[in-house]
Design a protein around this ligand. Structure first.
Ligand code: HEM
Ligand code: SF4
Length: 550
């Protein structure tokens, strides 16, 4: 894992000192709310329905156990004993008191954590594949490139006031687990015909009120040009992106309005001007890779026999292994998902006690590291076969072993009306209701891979437009209603879902979802996943059932 150097540490400490002064001047009345607004946003602090909300960066979703312990301490000392993992692998606190935020940030800085560039119209945290470095389908580990990008984006003077926020995602695998095509810039590590590894670069993806899939601007970019190419895209966007209308200010609108061909030509022109002065040399890449070398795997891990015995003897354990663990590239190891989707807790939330216990578990079983996923779960990446049974028992006791990863109850959900001042409708309560209606694990496992994404308004923080089932909160004369879409995906075959029909009332949304699942069960062919059935039969059978009942 990359360790911050002295320069990084100084930077985040100086930022805390600066923010302490700004907060003090605001509290003394020397700064007005408008003046303070941009200063607090530069430090991840939003003002929400009940209290300020603080977003803490988790670079490409990688956390050390000491950072987990600090997140727990902050949750206990400054919040209500819990925090929330977000759709961009970050952490949010919903209840810190404004006057305590400088102290909170100062504690986070002791473990190299901060909230810089987690809000505002700047380059945000770069996200990546939560199985980076360990998965079997990897072309190359994306994390060194994420870290190179993190360093380049941090306080980049030219891109501090972009037309809108800007998000980059990088994946190194054949299977896209990082929603790369829905980012302002998406980067895939790819191999060309002569076996050389480089990048495919996409631009213009994004969610929100106008969801658009990113398009390829550079099919193959040599590694040495990574930063110059990203810089060229950012320059074109910074210059030409619309600043007159915030709904048209994201790069997706620029690419759409300019046309891919012309946009690419503008980028190439800029790139030719700067590329020779911005080469990423091989030494830098190699020295960054040295921060992400594989841990000390046990060569005898594959000879374990206890795991097979437990699998055969304990059905609950074997179900958990099937749903919440995945293959690891090293024999004798698996990667484990820690489900933050227990039926009775808001998706993505975790308590301070759970965080502390997980930090101990990470130290004991997984080289002291944990990762966050964009579907609001956690991953212990390196678990030996021999440890899986004991680990499962511990996670189960912590309510972190619901065997539902990738199933219908593994929902992505935004804070909605419970916390967000922009919300039209609640989402956490609906997630709870859907969970209550789907309380039969055998049924959940039988219907398999179904991704429900639910946002409380069309800002789309919970990616509803790319959910297999998307649920969007809308306001109808002051009442909470829900618009349903079907057929979206954020993986390799990324797609924006289609609207099922008119929105449904709050007391009907759960039965609408269960009706959709019933239709799938009736219509599916053998071994056909939900998304395939939707794509094959179209929306009509779902429409008939949902609107017949309502
Ligand atoms: C104009 C206001 C807002 C817009 C347009 C907006 C839009 C978005 C979008 C499109 C995403 C994620 C999708 C992506 O990857 O691009 C996102 C992330 C998120 N938003 Fe918002 N959002 C807004 C305000 C808020 C507010 C006020 C909250 C407060 C609770 C919020 C909570 C979140 C959360 C939890 C995430 C995951 C974020 C992360 O970790 O970086 N958003 N937002
Ligand atoms: S989608 Fe809307 S309601 Fe949900 S967090 Fe984002 S802005 Fe708030």
């Amino acid at each position: 894992m990359y360790q911050y150097n002295e320069q990084d540490q100084t930077l985040i400490e100086e930022r805390v000192t600066q923010f302490r002064g700004q907060t003090q001047r605001f509290l003394n009345g020397e700064l007005g709310p408008d003046e303070f607004r941009s200063l607090r946003l530069m430090n991840g602090l939003y003002v929400q329905t009940h209290a300020p909300m603080l977003r803490v960066a988790v670079p490409y979703g990688l956390l050390a156990s000491k950072q987990l312990r600090m997140l727990a301490k902050v949750a206990r000392d400054y919040d209500k004993g819990y925090c929330h993992f977000t759709t961009r692998q970050n952490v949010q606190y919903n209840w810190p008191a404004l006057e305590t935020v400088p102290d909170l940030l100062s504690e986070l800085a002791t473990v190299q954590m901060h909230a810089i560039q987690t809000s505002g119209n700047c380059l945000r945290n770069t996200t990546s594949d939560h199985l980076a470095g360990i998965c079997v389908d990897e072309i190359e580990d994306p994390r060194p490139y994420c870290e190179i990008i993190r360093q380049w984006t941090t306080l980049h003077p030219e891109f501090a006031f972009l037309p809108r926020k800007f998000k980059i995602a990088v994946s190194g695998s054949e299977h896209d687990r990082a929603a790369v095509q829905l980012h302002d810039i998406g980067v895939y590590l790819v191999k060309n015909a002569s076996g050389e590894i480089g990048f495919r670069v996409l631009a213009g993806g994004g969610l929100g009120r106008t969801p658009i899939i990113g398009q390829t601007v550079k099919p193959f970019l040599e590694k040495k040009h990574l930063l110059s190419y990203l810089e060229a895209i950012l320059r074109v966007y910074n210059l030409l992106g619309r600043r007159d209308n915030k709904y048209k200010a994201r790069i997706k609108i620029l690419v759409k309005e300019t046309g891919l061909e012309k946009f690419t030509a503008l980028v190439e022109e800029e790139w030719l001007r700067i590329r020779d002065n911005m080469l990423l040399d091989e030494d830098r890449i190699q020295s960054m890779k040295a921060h992400f070398t594989p841990p000390n795997y046990d060569p005898s891990a594959a000879s374990d026999t206890s795991f097979a015995g437990h699998l055969a003897a304990d059905e609950s354990f074997s179900k958990w292994v099937k749903y919440n663990t995945v293959e690891h590239k090293v024999a004798g190891y698996r990667a484990v998902f820690v489900s933050l989707k227990a039926p009775d807790s808001p998706p993505g939330d975790i308590t301070a006690d759970q965080l502390d216990a997980l930090a101990d578990i990470a130290d004991q079983y997984s080289f002291g590291e944990i990762r966050s996923t964009h579907r609001q779960n956690l991953v212990l990446a390196d678990i030996k076969f021999a440890d899986l049974y004991a680990l499962w028992q511990k996670l189960d006791a912590l309510k972190l072993a619901t065997p539902n990863i990738g199933t219908v109850t593994d929902m992505i959900c935004c804070p909605g009306l419970d916390f967000c001042s922009l919300a039209n409708a609640g989402s956490i309560g609906i997630a709870k209701e859907i969970n209550a209606a789907l309380d039969d694990m055998d049924y959940i496992h039988d219907i398999g891979d179904i991704k429900i994404n639910m946002s409380g308004c069309m800002n789309g923080c919970a990616h509803q437009s790319v959910g297999h089932i998307g649920i969007l909160g809308v306001d109808k004369k002051g009442e909470e209603w829900y618009q349903i879409t079907l057929g979206g995906s954020s993986e390799n075959e990324a797609a924006i879902g289609d609207r099922l029909g008119p929105s449904v009332a709050k007391d009907q949304i759960t039965s609408a979802i269960t009706s959709i699942l019933d239709v799938y069960v009736q219509q599916r062919l053998e071994d056909e996943a939900f998304l395939q059935t939707v794509n094959r039969v179209g929306l009509e059978p779902f429409r008939e059932k949902v609107y017949a009942n309502h």
